[in-house]
Write a protein that binds this ligand. Sequence first.
Ligand code: URA
Length: 438
Amino acid sequence: MPTGLFDARAVIEAVRDRRATVEGVAAFAAGLADGRVTDAQAGAFAMAVLLNGVSEEVRVALTRAMRDSGDVMRWDLPGPAIDKHSTGGVGDSISLLLAPALAECGAYVPMVSGRGLGHTGGTLDKLESIPGYGVEVTEARFHALVAEVGCAIVSATGRIAPADKRLYAIRDVTGTVESVDLITASILSKKLAAGLDALVLDVKVGSGAFLPSVQQAQALAHALVSTANGAGCKTSALITDMDRPLALTAGNGLEVAEVMDTLTGRAVTPRLVDLTCALGGEVLALCGLADDAGQGAGRIRAALDSGAAAERFGRMVAAQGGPADFVSRYADHLAPAPVIRDVPAPHAASVVRIDTRAVGTAVVHLGGGRMKGGDAVDPRVGFSALAAPGDAVGPGAPLARVHAADDASAERAIAALQAAFVLGEAPAPVPLVQERVA
Ligand code: URA
């Protein structure tokens, strides 16, 4: 559509009236990037897409136009450029383990990550709890980091999918995150712009996922896999359990500490290792660095168990401006919260169910996420030692420990967490990886 004729309102009306066109959404994406679309129009567009959905053809066009709203990278490296992306969860710190483990297996990992969105945490916010760690780098520096270290985790520069950068921040504060079409376009615009050879997607299902039902997760996984493969990037997806926080912590610095405990072998959280291996195995097989996903998973486990992934993580932190001794002294570098308290269980029983979205929202309300665009995030706050379904709780066995900036926010978080846990008879265990979509 020629610049002079672009009419953002007409595109919004078309989506509102279920007659969205490929040309219209493509022009809208360009307008997001170059400023011809206002924030109000972007919010209305997102809400119309969320409420009505768009056809596959329009979704693919939106994804492509958002990718092409900025630079599309090319890599000239001695190994494949690969990555993983999650649709968003609570306590999901897998990227921090997986990026260095994949690099140990001979891959290059140019990871373009996001910030917290809605009730979910974001990899960039987690990394910024490491003093000095810089996520905003130029594209030239990103290339140099990936070539030198094997992995780098950065924010989309202004030149990578700028249309998504803008829409992502607007969706975060307008209740428009939960849409298969918008999540697909958002994730893949960045990932396809990163010039990847292969990609594995972690599609969350359950109460902490943006799209909680199995049917929605399957629809999202299929949309992501078909759009990415259609655009020339070998991609598969695992649908994984987000009916509970992924591991034992939720909150930026607390999750980094849990990752470091696991990477260094000081206190391993098995679910972090298991999911890292499952996702890593998939993408190593996709890019040809493993014969199959099982063999790939074994290679990832070896990289984690040997401490090589920890050492590589330390190199990445130092290269991106963090402390050179982070791996050996992470506990000294991560700031503690001023108030740390147990969250008592109201009575003795087993954990039956967790409203995981409520746990994520409680972290946001503690200051660990954003209520509106531009809010500062407190890296110290959140929950640790989170009980899981099947765990016995009661006197001496709390639901979790809260880390808060002050007494009042700790009290509110304790009440929110108690309301999020349903106690009773122990339920049947739920598998971590529920389905593979290829
Ligand atoms: N992650 C993204 O990058 N975008 C979304 O919309 C959801 C998760």
